[in-house]
Design a protein around this ligand. Structure first.
Ligand SMILES: Nc1ncnc2c1ncn2[C@@H]1O[C@H](COP(=O)(O)OP(=O)(O)OP(=O)(O)O)[C@@H](O)[C@H]1O
Ligand SMILES: O=C(O)C1=C[C@@H](O)[C@@H](O)[C@H](O)C1
Ligand SMILES: [Mg+2]
Length: 165
C-alpha cells in the first residue's frame, strides 16, 4: 500500500511528499517529475506541443505503474479526474493536501509554469477547485489543511502519525 498525495496546484504535493518519504525512510516519486524525465521536457512543453489529451494518457500510464512500485507517490493535480486513476487508488492511503485559493495562488506564483493556470492564475484555480474539490474529498482517506503551515511542518505531522513510539 502506498501513501498518495493529492490536491490542487500549489497544495504542496511535491514538496511535502519528498520530505515525508525522507522522514519515513521510504521511496518517493512525483508523477509529473517522472513524466518530465521520461519524455525529456517540462510538462508545460508537453501540453503546448503534444496537447493535454496526450499528457493525460501518459499521466494515466505512469500513475498506475508508479502506484505499484513506490511507497510515497505525489500525483499530478488533475490526475484524479481520470476514472482509471481513481480506480488505481483503491486500497492505497490517499492524503488530500487542502489549500485555499489565496494560498495556492501565492504559492504557484513562486514556482514553475503550470500550463492550466496560464493567464489568470486565481481565476483558473477557482474553476479547477470547483470541479475537483468534491473528487478530492471523495477519494481522501485523510485530509490535511496546509494553509499557514510550511511544507516541513505538514510533512512532520504526517510522518509522526505514521511512526511508532
Ligand atoms: N505548506 C506550504 N507552505 C508554504 N509554501 C508551500 C507549502 N507547500 C508548498 N509550498 C511551496 O509552494 C510551491 C508549490 O508547492 P509544490 O510544488 O509542492 O505544489 P504541488 O502541489 O506539487 O503543485 P503542482 O500540482 O503544480 O505540482 C513551492 O514553491 C513550495 O515550496
Ligand atoms: O492541475 C492540473 O491539471 C495539472 C497539475 C500539474 O501537477 C501537472 O500534472 C499539469 O500541469 C496539470
Ligand atoms: Mg508538484
Amino acid at each position: 500500500m502506498s501513501i498518495v498525495l493529492i490536491g490542487a496546484p500549489g497544495a504542496g504535493k511535491t514538496s511535502v511528499g519528498k520530505r515525508l518519504a525522507r522522514k519515513l525512510g521510504r521511496t518517493f516519486v512525483d508523477v509529473d517529475q517522472r513524466i518530465e524525465e521520461v519524455v525529456g521536457k517540462p510538462v508545460a512543453e508537453i501540453f503546448a506541443e503534444e496537447g493535454e489529451a496526450y499528457f493525460r494518457q501518459l499521466e494515466q500510464e505512469a500513475t498506475v505503474e508508479l502506484l505499484e512500485t513506490y511507497d510515497v507517490v505525489s500525483l499530478g493535480g488533475g490526475a484524479v479526474m481520470n476514472p482509471a486513476v481513481r480506480d488505481a487508488l483503491t486500497g492505497h492511503e490517499v492524503i488530500w493536501l487542502k489549500v485555499s485559493i489565496g494560498q495556492a495562488t501565492r504559492r504557484v506564483g513562486m514556482n514553475t509554469v503550470r500550463p492550466l493556470l496560464l493567464g489568470n492564475v486565481r481565476g483558473r484555480l477557482i474553476e479547477l477547485l470547483r470541479e475537483r474539490t468534491p473528487v478530492y474529498e471523495a477519494l481522501a482517506t485523510q485530509v490535511v489543511d496546509t494553509d499557514g503551515r510550511g511544507s516541513s511542518e505538514v510533512a512532520d505531522q504526517l510522518a509522526s502519525e505514521r511512526t511508532v513510539g
